[in-house]
Design a protein around this ligand. Structure first.
Ligand SMILES: [Zn+2]
Length: 425
């Protein structure tokens, strides 16, 4: 056990709590992307006091970026006494809207019963604060350490990360030789290492029809009925097939250990917005469906798309007047960092030291900013690891446990020690 390093973290417990509460007090709600600049500047100022060099990078032109809601990111770097690898902690500063059902003010940073409450407490301002304290404790304990530590606070993770990590990764902030190892302190629980996520394909399918008077539908061609045939084929052929595909990826919860597809929306024909009058009767000449397909490491995206287009092509052959279009909305490939990757082994050592047991290795059912680090930064030594219970994210009375934050800051500090100094002790 590294008593010195653990003591340095414990000595900073009050600061860790105060920092978490301070971060929660910036209502960085996304959308629209409120208070990003003051939150990033606060974090930057805090790190500057520790000797970090800070940069503020606005993602101009990113979705949602405007002078009223600038997508401001902060990247801070501290170079050690001698050259060596760089460990980067990346946290998103945005939070989702508070919603209803709170018993405390979601943006007051309330501390009670060993917890810090507030929107973003668990997802993921508690993790951000833990990484700052871990770095601080490590730097104070080993002032001569080699290599570098970076900490970033980035925008827009909740809406895809395009004005945040994706923007920075395009500019080279998440690539070698600048950065070697990335830890994203998302709330995956203090004793679990998240290696990656399933893949995503979103698409919009449109069926075509021909408008006519609703009293004589035989004169037109009903696009909604064509979509009904698509849905029926999905029910009969696609969903059962997806359900049979199991993965070796350790996805949590277990229900997501197979292929899934959600129908996100369906719209066809005239608007429902006819009140206070009545709609006039028409045969709908279009119907649109959006699908959200989550796929596994064992599947390739061409096959995933082919399963859907195969059904649409079959309907085109078999069903009279059936015609369609399909449009890709988003695609992200599945990711799984290997268990023997340096960052995984280093954080696993930290978990062993703090909890005296092996970590659980998990995969997230949905994506997070690791996708941009891999796809745009071409950096694969990346994991998510941080305090907080994932189920509390985005819910009312969100909280993060103070003891959990302290323990995971210890794990992160050991991770730094292993990656930069090559030792736990
Ligand atoms: Zn998050």
């Amino acid at each position: 056990m590294n008593e010195r390093l653990f003591g340095a973290v414990e000595d900073r417990t009050d600061e860790l709590v105060a920092l978490t509460a301070d971060l929660i007090r910036f209502p960085t709600v996304n959308p629209p992307g409120e208070a990003y600049r003051p939150c990033a500047e606060f974090l930057g100022a805090r790190l500057k006091k520790l000797g970090f060099e800070t940069e503020f990078i606005r993602a101009e032109g990113a979705p949602g970026d405007s002078d009223r809601y600038p997508r401001v990111n902060v990247v801070a770097r501290f170079d050690g006494r001698s050259p060596g690898p760089c460990v980067h902690f990346n946290s998103h500063i945005d939070v989702v809207e508070a919603g209803d059902g709170w018993t405390v003010d979601p943006f007051a940073g309330v501390v009670k019963d060993g917890r810090v409450y507030g929107r973003g407490a668990c997802d993921m301002k508690g993790g951000l604060a833990a990484s700052v304290i871990a770095a601080e404790a490590f730097m104070a304990t080993y002032p001569d350490f080699p290599g570098a530590i970076e900490i970033s606070g980035t925008a827009d993770e909740e809406s895809g990360g395009f004005g945040g990590v994706a923007h920075l990764a395009r500019l080279g902030y998440f690539s070698k030789p600048k950065v070697d190892h990335v830890i994203i302190p998302e709330p995956l629980n203090k004793d679990r290492i998240c290696l990656g996520h399933r893949g995503v394909w979103w698409a919009e399918i449109e069926t075509k029809g021909e408008i006519a008077h609703g009293s004589m539908p035989f004169l037109g061609d009903n696009a909604v009925r064509h979509m009904g045939a698509v849905l029926q084929a999905f029910e009969e052929d696609l969903f059962p097939a997806l359900d049979r595909k199991m993965t070796r990826m350790p996805v949590v919860p277990e229900g997501a250990r197979r292929s899934t597809m959600n129908i996100n929306s369906i719209h066809g024909g005239q608007t429902e917005d006819f009140r206070p009058g009545l709609p006039s009767p028409n045969v709908p000449d279009w119907c649109r469906l959006t699908i959200d397909r989550r796929f596994l490491l064992e599947e390739d995206i061409a096959t995933v798309k082919g399963e859907v287009t195969g059904i649409l092509e079959r309907l085109k052959r078999e069903r009279k007047k059936f015609d369609y279009e399909i449009r890709d909305l988003m695609e992200v490939l599945p990711l799984m960092t290997e268990r023997d990757a340096p960052v995984v082994k280093a954080v696993a050592k930290g978990i062993m030291e703090v909890f005296d047991r092996e970590p659980d290795y998990v995969i997230s059912p949905g994506t997070y900013d690791q996708k941009h680090v891999a796809r745009l930064g071409h950096l694969y030594d990346c994991i998510a690891y941080g305090p907080g219970i994932l189920d509390l994210a985005h819910r009312p009375d969100e909280w993060v446990g103070i003891a959990d934050m302290v323990e995971s800051a210890k794990v992160m500090a050991i991770g730094l020690n292993v990656l930069l100094r090559g030792t736990t002790g």
